[in-house]
Design a protein around this ligand. Sequence first.
Ligand code: SF4
Length: 220
Amino acid sequence: MTIIDLAEMPFYSICGEGTEIGKPAVFIRTFGCNKVPKCSYCDTSYSYEGKPITLTLSKLIKELDIISAKTQCRTLFLTGGEPTLQEEALIILLRYMHGAYTILQTNGTRFSPVLFGLVDELSVDVKGPSSGLQSNLSTESKIDRMFSHKKRQFKFVVSNTEDLAFAKWAMRQLTGTIILQPEANTLGIHALAQWVLADPDIARHDIRVLPQLHRILGVK
Ligand code: SF4
């Protein structure tokens, strides 16, 4: 019997970040995060603190069937925490969920080729200086290379000019879509947009400057 640890029960909402922003989706938020130290701006500490909700995979599938029957939504967003920590269960789930459009959000610290190969889209958070532990880009570059046939985005949370300089260094090495997102408590979207517009080195990449829509809408 395969089980999965979740931070909360699956829910229906609007994608708040990245290239799928604004799209209705069913969300699965897995429990647990391997990032040490935890990101300074993490807004989902409930996904690794306290106790998980442990479900059998068949119970989770029943829950998803109920939501999709009610909403008719066929987009499934896997997030966390760090979903690759629940790799075994998610691989089985994704094999069952054929026909759904699936997106996996990962913190870019674990390389899970089988899992990554099963989703339609990869959304990789690249951790910059203000996160507390800057990425050396090794896993992200591997994902970019090995899944170049797949839709993929690399998201940078920007708090300050140091984060932006890191993102500029990283985007020169990545070929997927680049998302620049202001850190909600320290930088406004207008300031970030102005920095980007003033810098031709950034504009020549496939980038989007995006807010966190779910915060604006006040949804999960
Ligand atoms: S990787 Fe994600 S869940 Fe983990 S600490 Fe960072 S923001 Fe939070």
